[in-house]
Write a protein that binds this ligand. Sequence first.
Ligand code: SF4
Length: 279
Amino acid sequence: MGVETAISWTDATWNVARGCTKVDEDCKYCYMYRESLNNTRYNPKAVERTKTVFNLPLRLKEPQRVFTSSLTDFFHEAIDPFRYECFDIIRRCPHLTFQLLTKRPERIHDALRNAYDEAHWYNLPELGNMMFDWKNGRMPKNVWLGTSIGSQSSIQRLFDLLSLAAPRDGGVYFLSLEPMHGEIILPLDEEVDFGPKVKDLLKWVIIGGESGNENGMYRYRPCRLEWIENLVDQCQTAGIAVFVKQLGTHIAKELGLKHRHGADPSEWPEHLRVQQFPV
Ligand code: SF4
């Protein structure tokens, strides 16, 4: 729950809570549920606010990327009562870049509005100013906002996310396509409800195949090399930063890679060794 992380697209993780409820097939082999098998102190379905690590960003002095959160969903309804406190920590840490990733982007708009109301209720004027701007489409500069999609069937989440971007916002909106368990074609030329195309707003795409076991409760679903190749191609053609995180267990077996999850770029075909960040 602390700072150290093996996630290659971030520097640190910050968990404001632990526990979550599943959204759809994308959550089938959720990492947090898997971890709870080894740590029976936690009920994975019970969302509980963290204690010692809740204020962790306030202790991070060096600029770095902070993934929020790896053991819950930041926009889960159980976090509603104290999310304004999380936003206030984000406000107090302008030197950090918070990577907020959710499978519930349809809840973000109301969450921003509620945090704005709560800032007034608890007499926090600086938070109120930040939330006023944010709910009106001007995301704080130290926030990257993303959603997670595992197959084409959950692509609506991309449109829910991008509907939050204002035309001149310029903020980093991103997609995590991990664990990818079905082919995904990005609708880059489709328009978001207020006019711009997806490719004009989307700034970053993370790609990853699923890791898991051959048998048992936590297996991997196949991710195909050509799915990853097509996505890298789509992003590069559109000028969107792309980060291939891992190829997944299926491709690792197919290619006979030493890393069982296919997470060592030195073993990949050269054209897939792409790990960019948005500028
Ligand atoms: S939203 Fe994320 S943390 Fe929650 S169950 Fe799904 S995969 Fe797990």
